[in-house]
Design a protein around this ligand. Structure first.
Ligand SMILES: Cc1cc2nc3c(=O)[nH]c(=O)nc-3n(C[C@H](O)[C@H](O)[C@H](O)COP(=O)(O)OP(=O)(O)OC[C@H]3O[C@@H](n4cnc5c(N)ncnc54)[C@H](O)[C@@H]3O)c2cc1C
Length: 282
C-alpha cells in the first residue's frame, strides 16, 4: 500500500545526530529548477493510512566535490539534495515529518514532490554585485545552492556567507565550506555561534555604519548600490513583514530586514525588485 505513495529512493550522505543531509533519486528524471528554490518531501502517515505527511524543503547543494575539487552543478546531478534538522514534535501539534526523516536509512523509499518552485533565486540580481548570504541552521541549504551557482558562473563580485547557529552548532557542510574557501578566493564563510539573534543584528548594524569593518569582516562594504543580501531560515532572524489582511503588512522591529532597510537596502517582493531576498521556513 505505502509503496504506491513513494516515487524516489533516499541515500543518507551525512548524519550529525541532530541534522542530516540526504540525496533523493527520483524514479523519473529530474525536472528543471533554479538554485534557491524548494521542493517537498513526504512519508506515509502513521495516523491516516494511505495519506502522505509532506513538508517543503529547500534544494541544497554540497557546492564542491571534496575529492576532485570540482564545483558541483546541482542541475546536472541525477539526485536532489536536502539538509534538514531535528525538530521536536509539538505535543498537541499535527503529525510531524521530522521523526520519519530521522528513521530513514540509505535505500529506503520516500516521496519527493515533482513541483519545484520559489522566488529566492539569483535570477534578477545584477551582475557584479557583492553577495551576502545569512542563514540559520539548515537555512544554509538554499544559500549553498545559490553560492554554487554564483561561483560557477562567476558573474558576481565577492561572496560572504554567515552561518548562524547556537553555541556548539556546526554545519554538516563545514568541510565543503573550508574547501570552497581554499579553491575560490572570492568566497568567505564564517559561523556565528550566538545565544540570541540580537548579536547578529548588532553586527549587521555595525557593518552598515562602518564600511571598513564590513570590508574586514565580509570582504566588501555593505552598500546597497553594490551589494545584495540573501536571508534564509528562522523568521525571527529574517524579520520579514507579516501579512495582515489582503494588502496590509506589519513590519517587525526585530531581525535583519528592518536593519538593512534602515541602511538603504530594499525588500524584493513578488511585484518589485529589491536588494534583499528572503525565504522563511515557518
Ligand atoms: C519554503 C520552505 C523551505 C524549507 N526548507 C527546509 C530545509 O531545507 N531544511 C529544514 O530543516 N527545514 C526546512 N523547512 C521546514 C520544513 O518544511 C519543516 O517544517 C521542518 O522540517 C519540520 O517539519 P515537521 O513536520 O517535523 O514539523 P512542522 O509541523 O512542519 O513544524 C513545527 C514547528 O517547528 C519549527 N520548525 C520548522 N522547521 C524548522 C527548522 N528547519 N528548524 C527549527 N525549527 C523548525 C516551527 O516552529 C514550526 O512551526 C522549510 C520550510 C519552508 C516553508
Amino acid at each position: 500500500m505505502a509503496e504506491t505513495l513513494y516515487n524516489a529512493t533516499a541515500e543518507l550522505v551525512k548524519d550529525g545526530g541532530d541534522a542530516r543531509v540526504i540525496r533523493v533519486l527520483p524514479d523519473q528524471p529530474k525536472g528543471r529548477h533554479l538554485a534557491g528554490q524548494y521542493g517537498s518531501l513526504g512519508m506515509p502517515s502513521e495516523v491516516h493510512p494511505g495519506r502522505l505527511i509532506k513538508r517543503p524543503y529547500s534544494l541544497s547543494c554540497s557546492m564542491i566535490n571534496l575529492e576532485t575539487r570540482q564545483l558541483i552543478d546541482a542541475q546536472e546531478t541525477p539526485y536532489y539534495e536536502f539538509y534538514f534538522n531535528r525538530v521536536t514534535p509539538r505535543p498537541a501539534g499535527p503529525e510531524s515529518l521530522t521523526p520519519k526523516l530521522f528513521r530513514l536509512r540509505s535505500g529506503d523509499r520516500i516521496f519527493c514532490g515533482r513541483k519545484i518552485t520559489g522566488y529566492y533565486t539569483l535570477q534578477d540580481v545584477p551582475a557584479g554585485r557583492h553577495l551576502l548570504f545569512i542563514s540559520t541552521l539548515t537555512g544554509e541549504s538554499a544559500n549553498n545552492a545559490l553560492i554554487a551557482q554564483a561561483l560557477r558562473e562567476g558573474r558576481w563580485g565577492r561572496i560572504s556567507h554567515l552561518l548562524v547557529g547556537t553555541n556548539g552548532w556546526r554545519s554538516l557542510y563545514e568541510a565543503e565550506h573550508d574547501a570552497l574557501m581554499r579553491a575560490m578566493p572570492t568566497y568567505r564563510c564564517r559561523t556565528l555561534r550566538v545565544e540570541t539573534y540580537a548579536a547578529v543584528e548588532a553586527r549587521l548594524a555595525e557593518g552598515l555604519r562602518d564600511a571598513a569593518r564590513a570590508e574586514d569582516e565580509l570582504g566588501f562594504a555593505l552598500d546597497p548600490a553594490r551589494s545584495h543580501v540573501f536571508l534564509c531560515g528562522d523568521p525571527a532572524l529574517i524579520g520579514a513583514p507579516a501579512k495582515q489582511g489582503a494588502w496590509r503588512y506589519v513590519t517587525p522591529t526585530h531581525g535583519a530586514i528592518p536593519i538593512l532597510t534602515a541602511g538603504g537596502f530594499s525588500l524584493r517582493t513578488r511585484f518589485k525588485l529589491g536588494t534583499i531576498e528572503y525565504e522563511t521556513y515557518w
